[in-house]
Design a protein around this ligand. Structure first.
Ligand SMILES: NC(=O)c1ccc[n+]([C@@H]2O[C@H](COP(=O)([O-])OP(=O)(O)OC[C@H]3O[C@@H](n4cnc5c(N)ncnc54)[C@H](OP(=O)(O)O)[C@@H]3O)[C@@H](O)[C@H]2O)c1
Length: 359
């Protein structure tokens, strides 16, 4: 596999920091430049990020002194120097839409963590194990944008990574209804306990926009490519409540599910155990060996114990049992800034490289 020069847009943020740690010593991707807002531009990375650095490891030596570029003002220069960019910025939705489209039109592919383009019909929203075939949308999108290389591909919201991967292998049993409550970490809001003291000893029953994303995005992921756009799935119907809890990293979900053709518990466990996708077949560098891990113990999975499983890229499941109102209930867990954000985006980029979309 050839090597690719990459840029990180939003490098000083929580997700941007994850990209930096994940790409340090990545076998294919080399960080060529970092960009953020005008507030950080012109400063050395270590000075720009300052006390916001929230990773457990030190800032990698080769990015410490990189001078941060301005994601908007320096766009053309950035686009000319890299093969593609990862993007995770905190800006208004219409500004993000315009920024990402402008990079794509500069022939710089954008692998995005932002929600702005998730429902643009020709922008693929890929969980590499589930819907790698949605990459086919890129050809239609390039036609619309008038580009040869440039395109946008997005990651889905972090909350749904704890239950959608578990529902996907069960689609053959025609699930009809899925009810979810999520218990979400504070890093999902770009926060730490130092910057979010009001969460200590507390639970906050509202995360703006999260429930809509948790219910709507699975329908695009389960959809099919038709005439260059996604035809969204209409079933199963998802309903959710998303709750912020005093946990640093890791989103846990409590899931209830009913089917048209109710499988046995053993059939569900077999589907989960045997499920693997394109990243496993292609042996992509960031792919977990086993995507779905089922824990038999009654008190598992636990956020602190399992969030880092397989480098934070595996999904942990447990407590599958019959329910009195739905057919079954279970618990799911994923790492929100690894599988749910930067790690999922790196895996998507690896998939798109392997399929030739980033050449
Ligand atoms: N945290 C998660 O678990 C998670 C998961 C999935 C998706 N996301 C999404 O990823 C994005 C970033 O989230 P985050 O948690 O990393 O946010 P964050 O920690 O608040 O970081 C925001 C980043 O955006 C940059 N930025 C702000 N205004 C800008 C502008 N006008 N031009 C260019 N850059 C600008 C900031 O640069 P300065 O430092 O210079 O201000 C910083 O690098 C959001 O869209 C979020 O919804 C986050």
């Amino acid at each position: 596999m050839k090597n690719y020069n990459v840029g990180i847009i939003g490098a000083t943020g929580m997700v941007g920091q994850r990209f930096i740690t994940l790409l340090d010593k990545h076998p294919w991707f080399k960080i060529k430049l970092l960009a953020a807002s005008g507030r950080s531009a012109g400063k050395k990375y270590a000075d720009a990020v300052g006390s916001r650095w929230a990773m457990k490891t030190e800032i990698p030596a080769d990015v410490r002194d990189m001078v941060v570029m301005d994601a908007v003002e320096d766009m053309k220069k950035i686009a000319a120097e890299v093969d593609f960019v990862f993007c995770a910025v905190d800006m208004k939705k219409d500004e993000i839409k315009a920024l990402e489209e402008a990079y794509a039109k500069c022939e710089c592919p954008v692998i995005s963590n932002n929600s702005a383009h998730r429902h643009t019909p020709d922008v693929p929203m890929i969980i590499p194990e589930l819907n790698p075939e949605h990459a086919a949308l890129i050809d239609a999108q390039r036609k619309r944008l008038g580009t040869k290389r440039g395109f946008i591909a997005v990651k889905s919201n972090c909350s749904l990574q704890s239950y959608v991967p578990a529902v996907y292998p069960l689609l053959k049993f025609n699930p009809s209804r899925v009810l979810i409550s999520t218990y979400q970490a504070i890093s999902g809001a770009g926060k730490t306990f130092e910057t979010f003291p009001e969460i200590v000893d507390n639970v906050i029953p509202y995360i703006g926009g999260e429930e809509e994303k948790s219910e709507k995005e699975p329908m695009k992921i389960f959809g099919t490519v038709e005439n260059g756009v996604i035809k969204e799935a209409v079933r199963p119907s998802f309903t959710s409540q998303c709750i912020r809890v005093p946990v640093s990293d890791g989103h846990l979900a409590s899931v209830f599910i009913s089917f048209d053709n109710k499988p046995s518990k053993e059939e569900i466990l077999k589907c989960w155990r045997e499920f693997s996708g394109e990243p496993q077949r292609l042996n992509l560098p960031s792919a977990p060996k086993q995507f779905l891990h089922y824990f038999e113990e009654d008190n598992m999975p636990q956020t602190r114990l399992q969030r880092d499983l397989e480098g934070g890229m595996a999904i942990s499941l447990g407590r599958l049992r019959e329910d009195s109102q739905y057919d079954y209930k279970f618990i799911g867990l994923s790492h929100n800034t690894l599988r749910g954000a930067a790690g999922g985006a790196v895996l998507m980029a690896e998939l798109l490289c392997a399929k030739g979309y980033l050449d």
